[in-house]
Design a binder for this molecule. Sequence first.
Ligand code: ASP
Length: 350
Amino acid sequence: MKRFRFIAALALALTVSLSLSAKPKIRIIATGGTIAGVSATSASSAYTAGQVGIQTLIDAVPQILQLADISGEQLVNIGSQDMNDEVWLKLAKRINQLLNEEGYDGVVITHGTDTMEETAYFLNLTVKSDKPVILAGSMRPSNAISADGPANLYNAVAAAVSPACKGMGVLCCMNNQLLDAKTVIKTHTIDCDTFEGGPSGIIGYIYNGEAFILQTPNNKHTINSEFDVTKLDRLPKVGIVYGYANCSPLPMQAFVDARFDGIVLAGVGDGNFYKDVFEVAEKAQASGIQIVRSSRCPTGPTCLNSEVDDAKYHFVAALNLNPQKARVLLMLALTKTHDWQEIQKFFMEY
Ligand code: ASP
């Protein structure tokens, strides 16, 4: 009996000490981008994105092995200019599996910076977990002098293991900063300091491998999102039309002729249409193609019923979403409803 108690106590002590010393289980999903890019020489600006694999990325930053129990997988290896709905659906489903079925504590996604904000927002609406999901990329290819990828990856893993990043929705980790999926925007074509958090600013930052949070996103996301991609193998077709002086109605008409499910206007000013484009949009909306008005202005909301009478035409105002994120929300909204008022409500909540 004594012997049994001793063995039981030993087993318990071992389990406790193991669980105390166990590092968080983090999976890195690689999708390509400049962080996996290679240039002809370390000083050259000409390079190809999505060249090196996940293991090379992990091997370049051995310090992450001290932060977490790291494993990696390669989902695709593309420049994020080639990101598409199919990869988004695969990615969201895989993350849900890792976090909800396979016992992972967080996920880091390496991704190109061109469309990182769109992927982040898509995942923010479709991941069903409050565990950290962090996107990281780089502006300089992996073999460049002073490549920014390794530090961004290290910081992203630091964010993924941090309890402070739980419940914050999907975050991007670039240039020591944490940015939230709804407001993050790529602002510069080539600088490392390219991502900004819009008027509300960044969500937090990483310093010495620790995450510091400055504010909490107040829109609905992840576990509070009603969008569910589990059973989806395609998304509704939504295109974006850019507004400008003397604007041609042809691109809008082309989407209508191709029977797209929705069209987002990157309008001038407060989401305004050129008159010829407006005529096409009015008919498209009446025929069941949902029009969402957003703006080509880098800051400020696209307001409901301002210069355009949305209530009369049943257009939806994108409010604080830029055109590319309005497209993401409209695609997901159209998986639930075709009622313009319901869709407007989604734009108010998400
Ligand atoms: N074109 C690249 C991409 O988005 C740029 C980058 O990663 O910085 O994949």
